[in-house]
Design a protein around this ligand. Structure first.
Ligand SMILES: NC(=O)c1ccc[n+]([C@@H]2O[C@H](COP(=O)([O-])OP(=O)(O)OC[C@H]3O[C@@H](n4cnc5c(N)ncnc54)[C@H](OP(=O)(O)O)[C@@H]3O)[C@@H](O)[C@H]2O)c1
Length: 289
């Protein structure tokens, strides 16, 4: 297949690039708004450019890793977030090819007390969540047999993320307060990329919305303790704090655990625990640094 990967300079896009080496039977077209080595320029909000690219390369499948992911900035500039997270999905969905798209736990209110299923009603509370949910709907309207994977708490050795920030702060500071009243599941982007390849390689195409994170649950506080332990940081004392003690520009979900039963059953796979994903990521960071 000819596979177009959008947003390939981001966390997930880079992990797709790494994993693609294990699937050499496909031809990959890595694209982003910024040109890097082995990356073509393609702005997913540019309908004409997307149409030309898909037609000229004979694309069979689009894997959309592009997004406006800054939750606080999206609140201030919902117009741009809407273009990238929502309107562009109508463009990608109307190309007459298969689409795998990545969405978010932010489509839910975050006030639940049980893991969210795909059938639970969406109730986004932020501009980011609203635009991502709108993108899901626009994509499915154009391309009803698309696959949408909702994920959460994504991190990788690429880009900026919570794991890298906590390693840096752990080395710089003697004390750190981290919230313990927000619960979710950290997800290694390499494991999400693996899930995308599972969807691609499974003989039958199974359209629909799925939830995919690593297994298990924790708070950001527990996550930080694990990061520091694996990174060998002992000089920083981490304190649990309440969300109200931290200044957030945008409300954060208190409970955003996703139920992955549908993905595991449909694709007959086991998913690694978040600690396992974190261990592999921290080891990889040690090799890179
Ligand atoms: N990060 C998380 O914690 C998290 C949680 C749940 C779901 N997700 C979802 O998971 C997916 C992957 O996230 P990620 O963390 O890998 O994102 P990321 O690191 O922010 O990567 C997104 C990439 O898309 C690019 N991009 C932005 N606008 C574009 C456009 N108009 N056309 C083409 N590319 C564009 C970005 O470029 P610039 O950086 O130059 O803008 C960036 O390289 C996204 O759909 C996101 O919504 C993420």
């Amino acid at each position: 297949m000819n596979i177009l990967i959008t947003g390939s300079n981001g966390q997930l896009g880079n992990e797709m690039r790494v994993l693609s080496k294990q699937h050499p039977k496909h031809m990959y077209w890595f694209t982003d708004v910024v040109e890097l080595e082995d990356t073509y320029v393609l702005d997913i909000t540019d309908a004409k450019a997307v149409g030309l690219f898909v037609a000229s390369k004979g694309i069979d499948l689009i894997v959309n890793c592009a997004a406006y992911t800054n939750v606080d900035k999206a609140e201030e500039d919902e117009v741009t977030a809407q273009k990238i997270n929502a309107d562009a999905l109508g463009v990608l969905g109307s190309q007459g090819v298969k689409v795998i798209h990545v969405s978010t736990d932010y489509v839910f209110s975050g006030e639940e007390h049980l893991p969210c299923r795909e059938t639970d009603p969406a109730a986004p509370r932020t501009a980011y969540g609203r635009t991502k949910y709108e993108g899901e709907k626009l994509l499915l309207a154009e391309c009803p047999d698309a696959v949408i994977l909702r994920t959460a708490w994504l991190y990788s050795t690429y880009g900026n993320n919570f794991v890298k920030t906590m390693i840096r702060l752990g080395k710089e500071k003697e004390q750190l307060g981290v919230v313990f009243d927000q619960i979710g599941t950290p997800t290694y982007a390499a494991d999400l990329a693996q899930a995308i390849f599972t969807v691609i390689e499974t003989k039958m195409w199974h359209p629909g919305i799925y939830h995919f994170t690593n297994e298990g649950v924790c708070s950001w506080y527990d996550f930080t303790l694990a990061i520091h332990e694996l990174a060998g940081i002992t000089s920083c004392k981490v304190h649990p704090i309440l969300s109200e003690e931290y200044t957030y520009k945008t409300p954060r979900p208190h409970y955003s655990v996703l139920d992955k039963s549908k993905f595991k059953k449909t694709f007959d796979v086991e998913i690694p625990h978040w600690m396992d994903g974190l261990r592999r990521c921290v080891e990889e960071l040690k090799i890179k640094n």
